[in-house]
Design a protein around this ligand. Structure first.
Ligand code: V47
Length: 366
């Protein structure tokens, strides 16, 4: 395996791309440290010692959802004790002037009208003009398009006019028909997810992409997922960030245990090497845990997401991480990894570089 890694290192140095079989071989390696070194070098070539975070808040306006995906503990049906629906006022109460980003996703609500979604954005934009709205996955955009009989272009145009800055990467799960049929048969599959992101990119709306791993998918399916994202990115250049999401078994228990820390680090590292055209690789502290996310910054990741405020999706599935982190803790996690913390906005524009240790004490409680 050492010879394989050496050969890949040479290939990468010459600016060549990893092929499918090479990425698969990396999943098989026991030399995780050498893999991490390769991916860390690729991260440093782009960002030096910098690593990003954002002061953000996740808002999930409702968990009522017309779908019932086998891996999801968040979604529920109206009338169940855990069902909730927020008003626009309740959404506004979750926003505050320090925030740079709100990340809004929810269930596919059975009967909220289209005007509610637009009004929600307008209300946020009016009350908090400095907040960028990253909202609604491709699954939700597809649902709005069908439910309100609008083209995807029209849905996105109207949302953009109302304040949408970017789409989050959710709903991609894993681009495998085999897995879709088993875990989320009524949710859109890869072709539609990719089509919606292609349209968003054409309209000048940047997006993220996720991969849900650590359930029943194979390494081949993980690699194929990344390769399909790489192909779309070659075409559009519209993806900002790739976020591997480790499946939280919660009550759905597709598998008994979450992927190991080593598997998390390998997935991050291989994403950095394979997705050579996606600038940012996120180590999502909510699913990986704070410590692994910090280590992942030496394994190819350059971002650890943000303060989050109130994480509900993974915590519905009993995630062990906190629901929120302070700015001070994020700065500390990044510094512990040996990187320089860079506070960013939702579009990865730099807000502040924490190269002065005095800022380490700076904590906010959202
Ligand atoms: O699509 C649901 C996943 C996603 C579970 O774009 C689960 O910056 C693990 O997309 N275990 C939504 N994952 C979250 C998401 C996201 C998160 C952070 C940042 C960004 C971004 C996007 O959560 C869903 C699904 O794949 N999910 N249930 C679970 N039990």
């Amino acid at each position: 395996m050492a010879a394989v890694l050496d050969r890949l290192a040479q290939k990468l140095q010459q600016g060549e791309r990893l092929a499918r079989e090479e990425a698969l071989a990396l999943f098989g390696t026991r030399d995780v440290v050498a893999l991490g070194r390769l991916a860390g070098a690729a991260k440093r070539a782009r960002f030096g010692e910098r690593a990003h975070f954002v002061i953000n808040r996740q808002i999930n306006p409702s968990n009522v959802c017309v779908l019932s995906c086998r891996f999801c503990d968040f979604a529920t049906k109206r009338g169940r004790p855990n069902a909730y629906e927020m008003t626009i006022q309740e959404i506004l109460e979750r926003c505050s002037p320090e925030l740079r980003e709100v990340h809004i996703v929810g269930g596919l609500h059975p009967d909220w009208p289209w005007g509610f979604y637009l009004e929600m954005f307008r209300a946020i934009r009016t009350a908090f003009p400095q907040i960028q709205i990253k909202a609604w996955t491709a699954v939700e955009i597809d649902y709005f398009s069908k439910k309100f009989r609008l083209s995807v272009e029209e849905v996105l145009r109207q949302l953009k006019d109302a304040g949408l800055a970017a789409l989050p990467g959710g709903g991609a799960e894993v681009f495998s028909e085999r897995v879709r049929r088993s875990l989320f048969p009524f949710k859109i599959g890869a072709p539609r997810w990719l089509e919606i992101h292609r349209i968003a990119h054409r309209l000048g709306i940047p997006t993220n992409a996720t991969l849900l791993y650590g359930h029943m998918e194979t390494h081949e399916e993980r690699v194929d997922h990344m390769l399909r994202l790489r192909a779309l990115q070659d075409e559009t250049g519209g993806f900002m960030s790739f976020i591997p999401l480790a499946y939280q078994p919660g009550k759905t228990r597709v598998v008994a245990r979450q992927a190991s820390a080593l598997e998390d680090l390998k997935t991050v590292a291989i994403a950095r090497l394979l997705l050579d055209n996606v600038p940012h690789i996120k180590a999502y502290w909510v699913t990986m845990g704070e410590e692994s996310a910090s280590v992942a910054l030496q394994f190819g990741a350059d971002d650890i997401d943000g303060t989050i405020g109130e994480e509900r999706i993974m915590h519905a599935a009993d995630a062990a991480s906190p629901v929120s982190l302070t700015r001070g803790r994020l700065v500390e996690l990044i510094r512990e990894s040996g990187c320089v913390p860079v506070e960013r906005d939702a579009l990865y524009r730099t807000i502040h570089v924490y190269d002065d240790h005095a800022h380490c004490e700076n904590t906010v409680s959202q």
